[in-house]
Design a protein around this ligand. Structure first.
Ligand code: NAD
Length: 413
């Protein structure tokens, strides 16, 4: 069938199998070019004995930062990877979710490169999937002839709902301010119209539920479960991702419900490290376009302007560029590869790869420009075209090299 994007209210309802696959190929090529070239194959084994990742688990492996992390670990370090994600399969008449096709492409490419892998589709919050994943770790290690000890766990789940495995209660997260209403400009990314968005303050219940969904509790449960199964390496590392951003977004983000959940991630990082089970970090990443970012108030407006400025200054990055920097220049540098105390962190023990976004000149220029934006100059002063492209591309559309007038099988390949 011919597959064209179906977009309603800044949400894309379908995806393109070939476009998703092409985008995954592009990320693999980037890693091969920029990370793998730093080492020859013989060095990979030797470095693994020193501490570089050999068996990696990625929770939220199918899109965004999690997918980039899995690609970097596998194609940059030759690691065996176990990935967990929650994705919907296609049918002969309906496309699957983008992450479904991304997984399909990752699996095929990793198999081709003889990189051991297991991909699990299911609810990462459940006890069943935790048990299934532990089993997969043991199987993959046996197949690869390596110890069943995971040395890196990336926690990159992003979701609006979580069912607590102990109580069976389903919690829902919200993106709302705390204490007072929020009102600010945002962009309708498809039309380019500037619209005012307003959000009422969260209730105590909504705050608690958002922490339950996007906070650190489940990360800790994963690390506990792995330790009980005996599948954590003695010097295991783990990282979860967060965002801080500029002050103008704090009312809705950092100081809002999601920010409280992110604060809880930092609590969990300290607790995991304190338990001695693994060394845990929260990594502060750059704002990027993902499936959900178009609907968060202020974000499309800020990110479109930021992208324009970062591109002009030659410091723009996507997911894969960010993650290659996280691995090569933070988690596994020559110094930090065998000593976690040498991983560069800020005063709060957080890894910062949002450093280029937060550079003073970048922020100043972005904020000054945002003040001048009107309906007439929006395409000129912001990179709304880039935002729109990225938004379509995460769903497999508008990807260079794909002929969207051709018939494609929604089942993928
Ligand atoms: P994303 O939506 O692209 O990916 C989310 C992943 O979680 C997918 O693989 C999805 O399948 C998986 N997932 C969701 N619910 C699941 C469940 N119940 N069980 C198993 N898997 C499930 O998200 P992203 O933008 O890459 O965000 C990942 C992390 O990075 C989040 O913590 C986010 O806050 C953080 N972050 C994002 C940005 C940004 O701009 N996108 C910036 C900084 C930090």
């Amino acid at each position: 069938m011919i597959i064209k994007p179906m977009i309603r209210n800044n949400v894309c309802l379908n995806s393109h199998p070939a476009g998703c696959a092409k985008a995954v190929h592009n990320q693999i090529a980037y890693v091969r070019q920029n990370l793998a070239k730093r080492k020859d194959p013989a060095a990979v084994k030797m470095e693994a004995s020193k501490g570089s990742p050999a068996l990696v688990m990625v929770l939220g492996c199918s899109t965004g930062y999690g997918l980039a992390s899995r690609i970097a670990a596998a194609f940059g370090y030759g690691a065996a990877t176990v990935g967990v994600s929650f994705e919907k399969a296609p049918s002969p008449t309906k496309t699957g979710t983008p992450g479904w096709y991304n997984n399909q492409c990752f699996d095929a490419e990793a198999a081709k490169a003889h990189l051991p892998l297991k991909t699990i589709i299911g609810d990462a919050f459940s006890d069943e999937i935790k048990a299934e994943t532990a089993k997969a770790v043991k199987e993959i290690a046996a197949e690869a002839g390596i110890p069943a000890k995971v040395d890196l766990v990336i926690y990159s789940l992003a979701t609006p709902v979580r069912t607590d495995p102990k109580t069976g209660i389903m919690h829902r997260s919200v993106i709302k301010p705390i204490g007072q209403p929020y009102s600010g400009d945002t962009l309708d990314i498809m039309s380019g119209a500037i619209i005012n968005s307003r959000a009422e303050p969260a209730t105590e219940d909504e705050i608690a539920n958002t922490i339950k969904v996007m906070g650190g509790e489940d990360w800790e449960l994963w690390i506990d479960a792995m330790e009980k199964e005996g599948i954590l390496a003695p010097r295991a590392r783990t990282a979860a991702y967060t965002y801080i951003g500029p002050e103008l977004s704090w009312a809705i983000y950092k100081n809002g419900t999601i920010g409280q959940a992110k604060k809880d991630l930092e609590r969990a990082a300290a607790a995991i490290t304190g338990s001695g089970k693994a060394k845990a970090w929260v990594s502060v990443n750059k704002a990027l376009v993902t499936r959900a970012s178009a609907v968060i108030p202020i974000i499309p407006f800020y990110v479109s302007t930021l992208f324009k400025v970062m591109k002009e200054k030659g410091v723009h990055e996507g997911c894969i560029e960010q993650i290659v920097r996280l691995f090569a220049e933070r988690l596994y540098t020559e110094e930090s590869i065998c000593d976690t105390a040498k991983v560069p962190v800020d005063s709060e023990d957080r890894i910062r790869i949002d450093d280029w976004e937060m550079r003073e000149d970048v922020q100043q220029e972005t904020l000054t420009r945002m003040d001048k934006i009107t309906a007439e100059n929006v395409s000129e002063l912001t990179d709304i075209a880039g935002f729109r492209h990225d938004f379509l591309a995460v769903h497999g559309f508008d990807v260079e090299g794909i002929d969207y007038e051709t018939d494609f099988d929604p089942l993928g390949f």
